[in-house]
Design a protein around this ligand. Structure first.
Ligand code: 13P
Ligand code: SF4
Length: 322
């Protein structure tokens, strides 16, 4: 009989009082052993309310850090501490701090794809599923410092033309590779396909999409739209849930410039595998550890996100004072 690693992981979950939260970009086998699968906002919320002592976040490190910031008494595991994100790497603390100091009167609206240090000098955190609601809660006369994803920011600014934005020049190394010219050629070959895209894509790609949204929004579209064919401009891991929900549809990956490369896989998400998850549950390592002073500062901006999305009023600082 072949070795069943999934059964081992299920046993370890029970023995260690652990829950597995997974992002849609993980491989299908990981999504299938997870207790909850979702977008980054969903994972942060779920991390706040699960009862188990141990939370294994099968995703990237900023997702696990967000859970630890919001729920510090839990042991938070991540299968690989090297699983970063190009947006995190492209927004180092010192440079972000300089940027903030240049615009002291602005409100720093920071994408959850950022380090705990950057969150600690931000006013509010957003994800692609709540960005519009959160920016809408900021007084109209305040300038928005939006980082680190400029494409998500520019998409948002088009939807909110009455707001003044400054953008940090960061990008997702996966989503920027989708190519508008090749996408256009593909659309001509498949005129019956619905084009759906994540807002981390460049505007030239987004212009071809009829639905733009977070991973959960794109999944919802595939579930509800009666169309039989979709061109999908986001990471390939999400195909697993899309195909589970709609086995009857054809899903076509949006093209990148280099037809031979598999660069629409997120190299950080794909660092995780079943062996690393099993090892993390066995050893309760690697854990996400944060200095308490940093955690407390970073929690302020995440709490504002949670408060606004649950309908509570929030206060905004008049000026950045660090
Ligand atoms: P979602 O919040 O839409 O899941 O996006 C997370 C992410 O990293 C996209 O690249
Ligand atoms: Fe970061 Fe892009 Fe990977 Fe998402 S897909 S985790 S934004 S590198």
């Amino acid at each position: 009989m072949s070795y069943d690693i999934a059964a081992d992981i299920q046993r370890l979950k029970r023995e260690k009082d652990a829950v597995i939260l997974a992002h849609y970009y993980e491989d299908g086998d990981i999504q299938d052993i997870a207790d909850h699968v979702g977008d980054s906002f969903f994972l942060a919320k779920m991390g706040q309310k699960v009862e188990q002592k141990v939370i294994l976040l099968a995703g990237v490190v900023f997702m696990a850090e967000s859970v630890k910031i919001l729920n510090p008494t839990k042991t938070v595991l991540v299968p690989d501490l090297e699983a970063s994100c190009s947006l995190v790497k492209g927004a180092p603390y010192e440079r972000y701090l300089d940027w903030r100091r240049k615009h002291r009167d602005g409100i720093a609206v920071t994408y959850i794809n950022s380090s705990a240090e950057v969150k600690s000098i931000s006013d509010v955190i957003i994800t692609s599923s709540n960005a519009e609601q959160i920016v809408g809660a900021i007084p109209k006369d305040r300038k928005i410092l939006f980082g680190p994803d400029q494409h998500l920011g520019r998409w948002l600014s088009k939807k909110m033309p009455d707001r003044q934005f400054e953008f940090w020049p960061g990008a997702c190394e996966v989503h920027v590779l989708f190519n508008a010219k090749r996408l256009y050629e593909l659309i001509l070959q498949h005129p019956d396909a619905v084009v759906i895209a994540h807002p981390e894509c460049d505007d030239s790609v987004l212009q071809h999409a009829s639905v733009i949204g977070s991973t959960s929004r794109l999944l919802e579209e595939v579930q509800k739209n009666p169309a039989k064919k979709f061109i999908v401009a986001t990471e390939t891991g999400i195909f697993h849930q899309m195909q589970k929900l709609r086995p009857d549809v054809e899903l076509i990956q949006a093209p990148v410039l280099d037809a031979g490369c598999s660069c629409n896989n997120c190299p950080y998400m794909k660092m995780n595998n079943m062996e690393k998850i099993k090892h993390a549950l066995e050893t309760l390592q690697p854990q996400v550890g944060l200095e308490e002073a940093l955690r407390v500062k970073a929690q302020v901006s995440l709490d504002r996100m949670m408060d606004i999305t649950s309908g509570k009023a929030v206060q905004w600082p008049q000026e950045f004072s660090l």
